[in-house]
Design a binder for this molecule. Structure first.
Ligand code: NAI
Ligand code: MG
Length: 481
């Protein structure tokens, strides 16, 4: 990926053509603070071209035999694995994620294409006799043009999870990657063409959220939107979808708790809890950013986590550290701001500083940070930090654990650590979130696991067999003899 380091210019991909704009957007390498590449700064004109290209291609693509669409989508997955090293280093360079995580992300992305090709193999409508002379069949039809507005934290995984089911069911896509991390979406679009999908099946319009993203979400030519990102922008996307009256999937992050009961197997729990907040620098929608711990094991759990955090190797993405930099200077300022709040509202037990100079160069590094006795009413308890910052709160009873778990506006994921099967069932029933893990957290990429939010974490479900349903509409044919 040497060409990125030389500040390569990367054009948008519209209808199979490379399209450059006069103004450009710089992509910064978060590990060094240097410029990695520049991309097209698309506006309404490019968005219009992309939506038109998707529209005209979709008219043909929807008529391609299902078995052929399945074959081509599976081929995309194979090409992603063929180019795994190139894609992984680009992903890690642009996001700052450790290269091992970059590789994992690319494997999971390939798996989405393979998985949804398989799901489509047995994704049929139904048929029944309404009366002796009336036969009913249901069929699944694509929406048409799907828009995918993607964040910078897992650019490839998050794109793969909506693009694969969209394509295999006969939709064509316009993708707006995050301005911070647009490079792998462009590489993926090239692989989609190489696999043999038609030009215009996947169009990638790079550029800023406020311009390219806003123009795409407001386009009258789109039929469905998938968005992952902040609550603030999610609200704008929801409004745009309401204006056009199109379906939308919103995945808006969380403040997910790990909940540790006194009978938990701590040898198993501690490394998983630590990883759930340190993975990707805590910039994960489903990060385990709160720790609710029973008072009787509080001291032991906190001490062991502090020891774990102290041993974390921080460094640039390609050195494969445990913890890379945050995505941007702005994100680092945001995270340090929350840590300052922690100093006022709670107790910072370890970490808390930004790191620079030496191997850190001008990168955006922050130490893993453990903050204890975080009160329920505080911003640190309530708001998504998106950094390696774990907020700890203690509880005395199962009822209190449930109450604390549910005491934020979010409801994406929760982890429960207990050896007691009744406690486990009770927590699965009572914790308000889209996924509840028991004695594990995250589960190997989770391609197979339906995923999405309760409350302000969003709505609609992606991933799993369920995830394909969002990309079709049901047509019912009623035929009388
Ligand atoms: P963001 O929500 O602004 O960006 C996500 C995507 O939306 C990007 O592609 C961006 O270009 C696009 N976008 C931004 N403004 C838009 C607009 N007006 N219309 C259409 N598209 C628009 O998130 P940002 O600013 O990068 O991060 C801020 C915070 O959001 C983070 O600190 C974190 O708390 C949260 N976040 C959550 C994510 C998740 O996985 N749920 C991912 C990224 C951010
Ligand atoms: Mg933003």
């Amino acid at each position: 990926m040497g060409d990125f380091n030389n500040g390569a210019v990367k054009a948008a991909i519209i209808g199979g053509e490379y399209v450059m704009t006069d103004s450009v957007v710089e992509v910064i390498n978060p590990s060094t603070g240097g410029v990695l590449a520049t991309t097209a700064d698309c506006g309404p004109a490019e968005i219009q071209l992309a939506v038109d290209a998707a529209r005209s291609t979709q008219k043909k693509w929807r008529r391609v035999a299902q078995v052929e669409r399945i074959r081509l989508v599976r081929e995309v997955g194979r090409l992603i694995l063929r180019d795994l090293e190139d894609l992984a280093s680009a992903e890690s360079l642009q996001t700052g994620k450790p290269i091992a995580q970059g590789r994992r992300d690319i494997e999971i992305t390939a798996r989405y294409f393979d998985f949804y090709a398989s799901v489509a193999e047995s994704f049929y409508g139904s048929s029944f006799s309404l009366t002796d002379s009336i036969e009913v069949t249901t069929r699944f039809e694509p929406h048409g043009v799907t828009a995918h507005i993607i964040p910078w934290n897992y650019p490839m995984q998050i794109l793969g999870r909506s693009l694969a089911p969209a394509l295999v069911t006969g939709n064509c896509a316009v993708v707006k990657p995050a301005e911070e991390a647009p490079l792998t979406a462009l590489m993926l679009a090239a692989l989609v063409r190489e696999a043999g999908l038609p030009d215009g099946a996947v169009n990638v319009v790079t550029g800023m959220g406020e311009t390219a993203g806003a123009a795409l979400s407001a386009s009258p030519g789109i039929d469905h939107m998938s968005f992952t990102g902040s609550v603030e922008v999610g609200r704008l996307i929801g409004r745009a979808a309401a204006e056009s009256l199109i379906p939308v999937t919103l995945e808006l992050g969380g403040k997910s708790p790990n909940i540790v009961f006194p009978d938990a197997d701590l040898d198993k729990a501690i490394p998983v809890i630590a990883n759930s907040i340190l993975q990707n620098g805590g910039q994960t929608c489903s990060a385990g950013s709160r720790l609710l711990v029973h008072a009787s094991v509080h001291d032991e759990v906190v001490n062991r986590l502090a020891a774990h955090f102290a041993a974390v190797r921080v460094g640039p993405a390609l050195s494969d550290p445990d913890l890379g930099p945050l995505i941007s200077q702005m994100q680092r300022q945001r995270v340090l701001g929350f840590i300052d709040l922690g100093r006022d509202e709670a107790k910072v037990l370890s970490g808390g500083r930004s790191l620079s100079g030496g191997t850190f160069q001008e990168g955006f590094f922050v130490e893993p940070t453990l903050i204890d006795d975080v009160p329920q009413g505080s911003r640190l308890y309530q708001e998504e930090v998106f950094g390696p910052v774990l907020a700890v709160t203690r509880f005395e009873s199962t009822e209190e654990a449930v109450e604390l778990a549910n005491a934020t506006d979010y409801g994406l994921v929760a982890g429960v650590w207990t050896a007691n099967i009744s406690t486990a069932h009770q927590m699965v029933r009572d914790v308000v979130s889209g996924q509840v893990f028991v004695n594990t957290y995250g589960a190997s990429g989770g391609v197979e696991l339906p995923f999405g939010g309760f409350k302000k974490s969003g709505f609609g479900r992606e991933k799993g067999v369920e995830g394909i349903r969002g990309f079709v509409q049901v047509k019912t044919a009623i035929v009388a003899s």
